[in-house]
Ligand binder design. Structure first.
Ligand code: BGC
Length: 726
């Protein structure tokens, strides 16, 4: 009884009636001029805003708890039946036809399907997809997720991870798009664009410098303006320009002494000011720390509750600390996102996820994303006619492949719901079965590798040994080091000693060190391979698909080569709300990843942009367009197999820039038949050749000579040309 009364009171406060919460009303559209889709989203948002009460406005600026969250305040508890089961939901204004926002995580697929009795496709990890260097693959990735979100009743995604790999031990490296701002920004931009085109509110996150998980709510990331603009922020800038997300999620950490979600430099000046972002800024979950300060800085919406943007916000508005205009700006942005994304004109309709279509897309992305790192003496591809015996070795390699955890986690088929935070989830895609299917004439044995002796015996008696090695990572923790866990280095060393034809398939979320590398014949980096990982890998191993992925991050020789020997840790006790320790990103500044190793003259294990193929390519005829506005290059397939090659172009700035490293400025993936040549002209955004002038507050190209280089990887650039800026 009390609960019902409470709920009624709550709905009344929000101007709702129980019958209208779905957004359907009895009033015709002529009374609602904002429903005219011919008007601009800006105009439509303004028209709605004029009609809204203060309570309705406040209701749009905070969440109402996560699905199945415990210990909720009674008034929030009372409205839980309106949640679609995701990480957050926000009331709309049904009397005006404005639906509620139903959010869920969707990094590499839609989260929490087990809890809700639904199903989602797992795509390869975001990092894996960046290794495709293929904007079309990024688009297919986003489209599939957008589609599955709607099928499950969501109209908002919490995907779009863009933090560049400044710290490869970051437990969320698999959720991001690698270490380069141009690659990460363009790839995430395509993903966001195509996800948003499915009529969901699209997202980019975690803005910004959220590059480690250890003490993420207490860490203060120190970074200079120029270094920041040329690195992490450039990735966001490109991602936002390319993908036009409707929403930006601000991050947990501090940046130069101020939390991300109340940081006026990042939110007000940069995003809303300079970049003219028209959408809204949502806090990461429990990353809001104030009302007035956050509001002034530009935070529009608090998640998942209303600790600062509920009653306190109302009081601040009524007390005049926050102006009506400022409040209206927050609300207008949320409304704009709803109109611009299309969730009002094209509301999500629940349906059945097309499992087979998801398999197809996921497998195709994986096939274009796996990176062939080593292939001695043409060990790969395996010839199913010739190979007589294969030993498949690896923990769970008979049944499944590992996936990445945390809020990115996609539930595996057959998985029971309930909290699976930071547990290893293996997807039922069996390397052993996939390999058996490709080589029906061969004897295929299996060892889990838990008993090294058993693995060695099986390897010894086979023509080829294939070891499936894994490294798990997840939000809310960083890796201590880049070694494979659980004795796997020992296992691979022993197997490679027993069999000279040892192939290692890596299922990893970030770079790993490879003390055994020289003793192996081949290494294929498969990342987290998604729902159809095993089939994709088998097709690559047997040459049905020619590998074409390239590394979106450097694989260092050891952790000693990183800018920081260890990941900075918070001092006890953990206190969310206090910036209790610092991580100094000025050490490497803008020189993230390959730029760091190059400027420090440190050799690496595998360079950024590297990846082999079963054919070979040559590069010729480099031309640079007027003022460096484009790069033209010819790529030829010199071998007997069709293949795809990513042509990469870099620039070294004049010495006066003070940046002794090159930067990626353009790339293009080309499909080439045997013997075929293609000439491609790649446009270059002048920003990619610029430095950030702090005093003048603008991008500028220092005068002098610019060296443009092109080739197959950051470490192999056979062609050079120059252009000058006066
Ligand atoms: C993560 C976000 C996520 C949110 C909601 C947070 O812990 O940092 O990426 O979207 O939870 O699940």
């Amino acid at each position: 009884m009390i609960k019902i009364a409470l709920r009624a009171a709550m709905l009344g406060m929000l101007g709702l009636t129980a019958l209208t919460v779905s957004g359907q009303t009895k009033t015709g559209d002529k009374d609602r001029p904002w429903m005219n889709a011919k008007l601009s989203p800006e105009r439509r948002a303004d028209l709605v805003l004029e009609q809204m009460t203060l309570d309705e406005k406040i209701g749009m600026l905070h969440g109402n708890g996560m699905a199945r969250q415990k210990h909720l305040p009674p008034e929030i508890e009372a409205v839980q039946d309106q949640s679609n089961g995701g990480a957050g939901f926000v009331f709309g204004v049904p009397r005006l036809g404005i639906p509620s926002i139903q959010m869920t995580d969707a990094a590499y697929g839609v989260r929490q399907s087990a809890d809700n009795g639904r199903y989602s496709t797992a795509l390869p990890s975001n990092l894996g997809s960046a290794a495709s260097w293929d904007p079309d693959a990024a688009c297919a990735y986003g489209k599939l997720i957008g589609d599955e979100l709607r099928m499950q009743g969501y109209n908002t995604t919490l995907g779009g991870g863009t933090n560049i790999t400044r710290e490869p031990r970051n437990g969320r490296t698999f959720e991001y798009m690698g270490e380069d701002p141009v690659l990460a920004g363009t790839m995430v931009g395509q993903r966001i664009r195509c996800e948003g085109a499915e009529y969901v509110i699209s997202d980019i996150k975690h803005y910004a410098f959220n590059d480690q998980e250890s003490g993420r709510q207490e860490v203060d990331a120190l970074i200079g303006e120029r270094a920041g603009r040329e690195s992490d922020l450039l990735a966001f800038e490109i991602g936002i320009k390319t993908g036009h997300p409707n929403m930006i999620m601000c991050s947990y950490n501090g940046i130069n002494g101020t939390y991300g979600c109340e940081n006026d430099w990042l939110l007000r000046d940069l995003v809303k000011g300079e970049w003219k972002f028209p959408g809204f800024i949502v806090s990461d979950w429990d990353a809001t720390h104030s009302t007035v300060k956050a509001s002034h800085a530009g935070l529009d919406q608090e998640q998942p509750l209303d600790l600062f943007y509920g009653e306190k916000l109302k009081q601040a508005v009524q007390g005049g600390e926050i102006s009506q205009a400022e409040l209206n700006d927050h609300v207008r942005r949320v409304l704009w996102a709803e109109f611009a994304s299309g969730i009002i004109d094209h509301p999500a309709e629940k349906g059945v996820v097309d499992v087979m279509h998801g398999f197809e897309v996921s497998q195709k992305v994986e096939e274009g994303s796996a990176v062939l790192l080593r292939n001695q003496g043409g060990t790969l591809p395996l010839d199913p006619q010739k190979v007589r015996s294969i030993a498949v070795i690896g923990f769970k390699a008979d049944t499944s492949m590992i996936s990445g955890g945390g809020s990115a986690q996609v539930d595996a088929p057959g998985q029971i719901g309930g909290t699976k935070w930071r547990t290893h989830i293996w997807f039922p895609t069996s390397p052993l079965e996939a390999i058996r299917a490709k080589a029906p004439g061969a004897t295929v044995s299996f060892s889990s590798g838990e008993e090294i002796r058993d693995a060695v015996a099986k390897a010894k008696s086979a023509d080829v040994a294939i070891v499936f090695a894994w490294q798990w990572e997840s939000e809310a923790g960083d890796l201590e080091n880049l070694s494979l866990p659980e004795n796997q280095d020992k296992l691979i060393t022993a197997v490679a000693k027993a069999n000279p034809h040892t192939v290692v398939v890596l299922e990893t979320g970030t770079a790993v060190t490879m003390p055994w590398l020289d003793s192996t014949s081949a290494v294929l980096e498969a990342w987290y391979g998604g729902s159809k990982g095993a089939d994709a890998v088998a097709r690559l191993l047997f040459g049905e698909v020619n590998p074409s992925g390239k590394l979106p991050m450097t694989f260092p020789q050891s952790e000693d080569e990183l800018p920081r020997k260890t990941v900075a840790q918070p001092p006890p006790p953990v206190t969310n709300g206090v910036l209790s320790f610092k991580v100094d990103y000025n050490i490497e500044g803008a020189a993230v990843g390959y730029k760091w190793y190059e400027s420090q003259k440190k050799p690496v294990l595998f360079p950024f942009g590297f990846g082999l193929s079963y054919t070979t390519f040559s590069y010729s005829n480099l031309k640079v367009g007027k003022d460096g506005e484009s790069v033209t290059v010819t790529v030829t397939n010199k071998g007997a197999r069709a293949g795809a090659e990513v042509a990469e172009a870099y620039v070294a700035l004049p010495a006066s820039a003070g940046e002794p490293w090159k930067r990626l400025i353009a790339y293009k993936k080309l499909e080439l038949a045997p013997g075929e040549s293609k000439t491609v002209t790649m446009d270059v955004d002048p920003t990619y050749e610029s430095i950030w002038d702090v005093a003048a507050k603008r991008w500028t190209r220092p005068s002098g000579e610019y060296k443009v280089m092109a080739g197959p990887s950051s470490a192999e650039l056979p062609l050079e040309a120059t252009f000058s800026v006066r």
